[in-house]
Design a protein around this ligand. Sequence first.
Ligand code: CA
Length: 641
Amino acid sequence: MKLRLFTFHFSLFVFIAMTAQTVSSPDGNLKVNLSVNAEGTPVYNVTFGGTTVIEDSPLGMATTVGDFTKGLTFKEQTEPKTVTDKYTLANGKQANYEFTAVEQTFTYNRGNNIALDVTFHVDNNNIAFRYKVYKQRDRLATMVGNEVTAFTMPEGTKTYLCPQMTPQGGFARTTPSYETFYEYGAEMGKNGQGRGYTFPALFETPNNLWVMLCETGVDGSYCASRLECKGRTYTVTYPEDTEFGGVGTSAPGIMLPGYTPWRTITVGKTLAPMAETTIMWDVVAPRFEASQQYKYGRSVWSWIIRMDASCNYDEQKEYIDFAAQLGWEYILIDALWDTNIGYDRMAELVAYARTKGIGVFLWYNSNGYWNDAPQGPRGKLHTMIERRKEMAWLKKVGVKGLKIDFVGSDKQQTMQLYEDIFADANDYGLMIIFHGCTLPRGWERMYPNFVACEAVRASENLSFSQNDNNIEALAATIHPVLRNAVGNMDFGGSALNKFYSKNNQRGNHRVTTDVYALATAILFQTPVQNFALAPNNLTDAPAWAIDFMKAVPTTWRDIRFIDGYPGRYIIMARQATDGKWYLAGVNATKEPLKVTLPLTMFPIGTDVTVYIDNAKTTQRVNKKQTLAVTIPSNGGVVVND
Ligand code: CA
């Protein structure tokens, strides 16, 4: 009898150990391999074409209903299921989305209780995974303590990371806001500026494979996370206690059964799978229906060149006329309009803009209790009653959208505020741009009135600092394959002024060429672009540059990464909603860059317009559909049909 029992257990053990715990992509190239280590912690690794890109790394979370980071046993797994889906987005980096992925769920017990599921969603270049925490006895909700979810990178991996900022620091206690410089090709082992790194994170393994980490589906039911680094291991870490004025918990609370956001891993031999990834939207669902069809377009924005002083009735009227001269759709009126223009005259200004066919976005300070930024309007958005009162007025006078600044926290309480603002704004037909804020995590699909987040060291720093200008082109080589690859980015760039000032003769100056400005108008993507053009550019910038910007699109059908290396150069192509292709590149190196551009998106024998070396030329597409060009240092190239 005893012997038989032993045999039974032994065979069960062999059965479990030999059960293939591998999730394979549809093409079999990308694999997640699972096991449980001696401490009872679920462990996974990732291989791509047989090469390890993430080494054994822990899974699990500690909660107030149980520590699900160790002492777990594997219970069961579902059969691999192939899932396909199609959807469209009007506000994203492409129009039509379609994926085929394999989904599989692994269940772990703690003692006799079901503790945790880990569900993997694996397509040919992307992995998304999340936890489901089960009800424990009569407990229907839990606080989460921490996760051990980690990503251990192979020895010798190089990193491209954005260090997390100090909470309640920066201007008027408005950080963290994802506004530090990227480190290009840095070694592992550092922990940023002491508090880790923001998503998304990019790595280059010793085998020259690229790996991007991010998360998606973050809303009011969880906090947003960052990565803390120890050695070669990057661990999912929750916000700091001091964020958001210290109000709200750093760790989230969830209902049971409940889910974490999806954490994502994108892998490729080139940067194309990063630039072209759709994983951020594939695994999330719309949280509400759009109250109307939102319209996107190009926007003038006086603040970037003329700063606070320009926020007065006359200059905003001048900019409305400027927008009309360009044939653009919007004006963004920045901080201090509530005092410098006032609510009544703003209503007049919005009405005037309407006569010119220009829609208005208005700036707001997000503030309730979490920053000292003095710019108004303040205190209008952080409570539902005030917010809906304000939004009713905005709708009445015909405002189209808001730019909301200085949010500065990743806590669950802050995520709830973001979500509440989206939901209320949609009721009043308002689009939303956030500045001084978190990274959007799936929001293009989750919130149909979402336009963009800043969450990047953006154009304001070109106005503030000459150093940012001196290295401006560096950032353009990484954003399209990293920050902007996972979400719409309100950069506010493409200045054609030589200097960041009203008279265009003093202040910090651009070192980039005018074609660079055109190229970044294509490389940087958001459906409402707040470009940095100024009325004086109608006479002091090249006519071909103004003509290009008059016609530049902001909504896209398709995207194609062509070539690039972060910190050196990038070349991408985007197809506009109307079907026209735009090929754009910039060179951040000190030397001119010789490249052969593929023109396969343009038929042989057609004439294309080529902007390079600060000139516009026409070229006929040859039989090879290639074009050899030399991009100047700090310069760009644009080709369109
Ligand atoms: Ca900012």
